[in-house]
Ligand binder design. Structure first.
Ligand SMILES: Cc1cc2nc3c(=O)[nH]c(=O)nc-3n(C[C@H](O)[C@H](O)[C@H](O)COP(=O)(O)O)c2cc1C
Length: 160
């Protein structure tokens, strides 16, 4: 079964999870990058990021060369922004109409994931969602997070 992990990460937490998934499965990686990346400076980051989520914006992504037809299983990862999935993921879902795939969702956050995974599941209706996992304060708790990931992956075994 051909697998890929597609993700967006502003500050490395979601990228860390994507890389850990890559330690467990043989898969391809696709990191999404907006043409105009959000400033990492507070409070600009939260104000502009929150506004993008509220306005359901889909920022233009840097060009990527990806043929999703090749893959049976897509891991899709996002940071939580304002209790929802991040705008670059909205752009990706707009650009690619994904159906009939096996999907595993993951998000990273600071303790308030909100409806992120549920909203993503809704966006991906028509696919077979096999798992939806969240990880808190990833880069501050790498070892703890790795253990949770290991546990989540064992839940997936036999399903994928
Ligand atoms: C614009 C913005 C909004 C955020 N909103 C939330 C939130 O609603 N709930 C939460 O727990 N964390 C929130 N965070 C924190 C991120 O979800 C968290 O730091 C995440 O792990 C970052 O992932 P990354 O390093 O891959 O970008 C927000 C961060 C940003 C930049």
């Amino acid at each position: 079964m051909d697998k890929i992990v597609v993700y967006y990460s502003l500050e490395g937490n979601t990228r860390f999870i994507a890389e850990c998934i890559g330690e467990h499965f043989e898969l391809d990686f696709q990191e999404l990058k907006p043409v105009k990346e959000l400033s990492k400076v507070e409070p600009i980051k939260h104000i502009w990021g929150g506004k993008q989520v509220m306005m359901r914006e889909s920022p233009q992504l840097k060009e990527y060369d990806l043929d999703l037809h090749k893959y049976d299983l897509i891991f899709l990862g996002t940071p939580v922004w304002s209790f929802n999935f991040s705008p670059p993921i909205r752009s990706f879902l707009k650009e690619n109409s994904i159906s009939g795939k096996i999907i595993v969702l993951f998000c990273t956050h600071m303790g308030m994931p909100g409806k992120t995974l549920r909203n993503l599941e809704k966006e991906l209706a028509g696919n077979n969602i096999k798992g939806a996992f969240d990880y808190k304060n990833v880069l501050k708790n790498k070892e703890k997070v790795k253990k949770k990931l290991q546990n989540d992956i064992s839940k997936l075994e036999g399903k994928i």
